[in-house]
Every structure is written in structure tokens, then in C-alpha cells.
Ligand binder design. Structure first.
Ligand SMILES: Cc1cc2nc3c(=O)[nH]c(=O)nc-3n(C[C@H](O)[C@H](O)[C@H](O)COP(=O)(O)OP(=O)(O)OC[C@H]3O[C@@H](n4cnc5c(N)ncnc54)[C@H](O)[C@@H]3O)c2cc1C
Length: 499
């Protein structure tokens, strides 16, 4: 029978032996602990928070930022069991094959694995997210009763589907901590320590192996775990912070001999009202504007550039969603009337909708986390962000929006009005997905990344990083179902390594 232990009750100086330590108690560690439940491995899971939000623990996530506007660091993630799944939106979609490929025009692109390497883990990842039957782009077949997809002329943009972790109570996405605590408690050989903050990844003297993990609590207790292997799964920001701050044996930190830890941070920009779509006959199937139950799944449609279009036009991944009805001004109404007249179609029932968007950004080594001089309540240096976003990313999104407009006109069914014209407009409209990625990127060559294709830190024999920290590029798909597929693959790998 597994135990949930309050780390504040563990006497200082205690040393706990384990086969595997899972650092962090978010969706990754919870899924890995469940995936390893039928092994004899002694697993210790160390989670900073408890079962609910506590302000003092959450404050450990505070950190400064410079550069382009970005989210407040402690507000864009949550620090208790279940991690950021305690306030995620539940949007799910697997990455595309092209997202893993090296794109000749995109520096630093290319994963050391292909989508095929993780394909078989999506069914399990999806069921952990409670996101229903895997339909995605087959949803159009089942959604026929709700109306056909927008009949775009052939071209680079097509209708594709998200699914939602929304089956629980029909409303809420899965909160991994609350949802899976009862199952974790049944796992033999698993000990879950709550209120257990990892403050140091302790290398042995050779600097090539993790020998011990330091844990501290907010009531002053300090103890150690000595594992055969460790998985760092504290989210992309905190994983970089822990690697960098563990600098007693290697002065640059753990796994950072090539100065790659913390670099290439990314999120999905989600510009609001990036364009207005006008449909001349006013008809739009309801699954574009809101999530709809369809054949055992909850789905929502968006407009996506096809893989072929992305290959041919050097276009980044993006997803364009229909947000809400929009009012056209006199100028807009005149433009619709003139266009409809030129196309010889009736636009008297035209309806306009505002388009939202989630977009991929260019990998950039200077968009990065370093350590700040200020420290948190446990004495850990805070993580400091320098944020950047390139104009080219907006230009590439405009290409996709223009292609969508071309296809609407070619089909004589509607048109697009682009709403942002320059960097200032874009920045003013910018939200972010809260999808932290890229700070411990996966690479075949140790000089260009932090972990290898098995998620093992290149220069450390028994340390792994799991989560979207390892994504070398980002796609436009929401990360969680993808990072869970990678984590389940890692669990399988560790069964072999630790047996
Ligand atoms: C507002 C919001 C909306 C989102 N919406 C979506 C969405 O719709 N779709 C989607 O795919 N993704 C979404 N995400 C992202 C999603 O929540 C993450 O991808 C997911 O939670 C990552 O899981 P993880 O286990 O890698 O990390 P986390 O969820 O970040 O969990 C990390 C865990 O580590 C613990 N921890 C941190 N530091 C330490 C330490 N030093 N010692 C011990 N433990 C520590 C934390 O308390 C936390 O429990 C959203 C995120 C936010 C914030």
C-alpha cells in the first residue's frame, strides 16, 4: 500500500533509499508513477505542495523577467499535487509528424525522434487526460449531424479538431492530483512525499551521476533521497532552475557543460482577434465556436495549415479558432458588399466572427532562463526570464490567415479581414498559452541540447528530464497529451534500465 507522507514530519537528516525518484507531482510524475505501478521498483515521488493551493508554497515560483511582455511567472503555473493541471483548459491535440522534422529554413528544428516513436503512447496519454475516444480529425465524419465543416476551396488550410479533457462531471478538465490520488495510494512500493521541495540535485564527485537529492520543507526540515535514477518533472521553468542551481560540483550546474540549460524557452502566443472571418450565408457549424459532444468525445474545430502547405511555404504551425461574433464597421460592411458583388453572391445574411489563434514561435537560444541574485524562502536562487518574440513569427501567421482568406474567396463563401498590421498591434493583442517548453531540449548531439532521445541528461548517467522542457520545437498543439506520451515512453524505458 502506497503512503502519502507529509514531509514536514520527516526528521532532518533522514536518508531515504529508492530505485527511482520522480521530482514534482504534476501530470508527468503522476502518470509515470501509475505506469510503473505493476513493477517492483521502489518509487519516491517528491511534490513541493500539498493537496490544495497554499500561498507560501506558490510564492516559491516567483521570479523576475525582462524583454517582451510575458505572463507573471508565479501566476502561469500551480505548485501543488497535480501541478498546472489544477487550472489547465483541457485542450488536447497530438503534434503532427512535421513538428518532429528538421525544417531547412528553421534553425534549431528537428527532434532526435519521430512522431512514430511516441504514437503508441497516445491512447494511454489520452485516457489519463480523460479526453474520450481518439477522434481528432475523424470528428468531421461524426459531427455531420451538427453541420458540415466550412467548405473551403482546396489549398493550404483545412478544418481540424481539438479534443477536450472534459469528461469528468461533463465540465471540468482532469485535475491530476485530486483525480489520481486514490489510485496512487493503492500503488505498492510508491511513497508520495507532499510539502517536499527539492532544492539540489546532488552529483557524485565524478560529476557524472546523481548520488542524492536534497529536500527541504517550509517548516525547516531537511532530508535526502538516494536514488538509482531520478526523473526531473517540475515543469520547464523549475526544471531549468534546479539544474542551474545545483552547481556545487559542476559550477555551470547539472547537465549544463554546453551552456544549454534554460535556453530556448517557449510558449504559444495566442493573439486575440487576429482576424475577422465573414461567412456570406452566415452558416457555421457549432463545433467551430464552442466545444461539442460528438461520439464519445468533446471536440472543437479550428483552421490549421496543412503539413504540405507548411513544407512548401516555410510556415510555422498554428491553429485558428472562431472566438465570438464580431460587429463590422461601415468600412467593413462596404468591403463585404463590394466583395460579394464582385463574386456575384448574396451576402445579405453575412455573419462576422473574431478569430483567435495559437501559434508556434521560432526557437531562440536567447529566450532563456538564468538564475537571479534574489533567493526564495528556501534559499534557492529565483529563475529569471528574458523573453523575446520575432516579427517573422507574426509574418508567418499572416501567410496562413491570407491563405484561409484566399480559399474562402475561391469557394465564394466568405472573406477574411486581417486586424493586426504591425509589431505594436500584435504585442497589444498577445495572450499566451501557459505552455512552458524548451529549457532542457532533446538533441542527438550533447552540444545542442540537454537530454538525449531517451530523455536522459547527456552528461549524467542516471538523471532524466520529462515534460515539455524537452521539446526542441513546439508545434501548435497543446503540450500535455504529447508530454504524457513521452513520459509513458520514458516509464517503459526505465523498466528496462532499472530491472
Ligand atoms: C492556465 C493554464 C492553462 C493550460 N491549458 C492547457 C490546455 O488546455 N492544454 C494543454 O495541453 N496544456 C495546458 N496547460 C499546460 C499544462 O497544465 C501543462 O502542460 C502540464 O501541467 C505539465 O505537466 P508537468 O507534470 O510537466 O508539470 P506541472 O504541471 O508544472 O507540475 C510540476 C509539479 O512539480 C512541482 N514542483 C515544482 N518545483 C518543485 C520542487 N522544487 N520540488 C518538488 N516539486 C516541485 C509542482 O508543485 C507541480 O506539482 C495549461 C497551463 C496553465 C497554467
Amino acid at each position: 500500500m502506497a503512503a502519502f507522507i507529509d514531509a514536514r514530519t520527516v526528521p532532518s537528516g533522514t536518508v531515504i533509499d529508492a530505485d527511482l525518484v520522480l521530482i514534482g507531482g504534476g501530470p508527468v510524475s503522476i502518470s509515470m508513477a501509475l505506469a510503473l505501478a505493476n513493477t517492483r521498483l521502489r518509487v519516491v515521488l517528491l511534490e513541493s505542495g500539498g493537496m490544495t493551493f497554499e500561498a507560501k508554497t506558490q510564492a516559491l515560483y516567483e521570479g523576475p523577467k525582462t524583454g517582451a511582455p510575458y505572463l507573471t511567472l508565479e501566476a502561469s503555473r500551480l505548485r501543488y499535487l497535480g501541478g498546472s493541471s489544477n487550472h489547465w483548459g483541457g485542450w488536447c491535440r497530438p503534434l503532427d509528424a512535421i513538428d518532429f522534422e528538421a525544417r531547412s529554413w528553421l534553425a534549431y528544428s528537428g527532434w532526435p525522434i519521430t512522431k512514430k516513436d511516441i504514437d503508441r503512447y497516445f491512447v494511454k496519454a489520452h485516457s489519463l487526460c480523460e479526453a474520450g475516444t481518439l477522434l481528432y480529425d475523424r470528428a468531421a465524419d461524426y459531427a455531420a449531424a451538427l453541420g458540415a465543416p466550412v467548405p473551403l476551396a482546396s489549398g493550404g488550410v483545412t478544418t481540424r479538431f481539438f479534443q477536450f479533457s472534459k469528461t469528468r462531471d461533463g465540465i471540468l478538465p482532469t485535475h491530476f492530483g485530486e483525480r489520481y490520488a486514490p489510485e496512487l495510494k493503492k500503488v505498492p512500493h510508491l511513497s508520495v512525499y507532499l510539502q517536499a521541495n527539492v532544492t539540489r540535485l546532488g552529483l557524485d564527485k565524478s560529476g557524472s551521476k546523481i548520488a542524492e537529492i536534497d529536500v527541504a520543507t517550509l517548516n525547516g526540515k531537511k532530508f535526502k533521497v538516494r536514488p538509482k535514477a531520478a526523473v526531473l518533472a517540475t515543469g520547464a521553468i523549475e526544471s531549468a532552475r534546479l539544474l542551474l542551481a545545483s552547481n556545487d560540483v559542476r559550477s555551470a550546474g547539472v547537465g549544463n557543460s554546453h551552456d544549454m540549460v534554460g535556453r530556448f524557452f517557449a510558449d504559444h502566443p495566442t493573439p486575440r482577434d487576429s482576424a475577422t472571418i465573414i461567412l456570406f450565408d452566415g452558416r457555421l457549424a457549432p463545433y467551430y465556436g464552442a466545444a461539442q459532444p460528438v461520439n464519445g468525445a468533446i471536440v472543437r474545430a479550428g483552421f490549421f495549415p496543412s503539413e504540405a502547405y507548411r513544407r512548401a511555404h516555410d510556415v510555422m504551425a498554428s491553429s485558428v479558432t472562431v472566438d465570438s461574433k464580431a460587429e463590422l464597421d461601415d468600412f467593413g460592411r462596404a468591403a463585404v458588399a463590394a466583395t460579394a458583388n464582385a463574386l456575384d453572391v448574396n451576402a445579405s445574411h453575412a455573419v462576422a466572427y473574431s478569430l483567435g489563434c495559437g501559434m508556434e514561435i521560432t526557437p531562440d537560444p536567447e529566450r532563456r532562463f538564468t538564475l537571479d541574485s534574489e533567493r526564495d524562502a528556501l534559499g534557492m536562487p529565483k529563475a529569471k526570464l528574458h523573453m523575446k518574440i520575432a516579427d517573422a513569427d507574426f509574418d508567418r501567421l499572416r501567410l496562413t490567415l491570407k491563405e484561409l482568406g484566399r480559399q474562402l474567396l475561391a469557394a465564394r463563401i466568405g472573406m477574411i479581414k486581417l486586424n493586426q498590421t504591425g509589431r505594436a498591434d500584435w504585442l497589444a493583442s498577445l495572450d499566451w498559452g501557459n505552455h512552458h517548453m524548451g529549457t532542457a531540449r532533446m538533441s542527438a548531439d550533447p552540444k545542442t541540447g540537454v537530454v538525449d532521445a531517451n530523455l536522459k541528461v547527456h552528461s549524467v548517467a542516471n538523471l532524466y528530464v520529462a515534460g515539455s522542457a524537452v521539446f526542441p520545437t513546439y508545434g501548435a498543439a497543446n503540450p500535455t497529451v504529447n508530454l504524457l506520451a513521452l513520459a509513458l515512453r520514458l516509464a517503459d524505458h526505465l523498466k528496462g534500465v532499472l530491472k
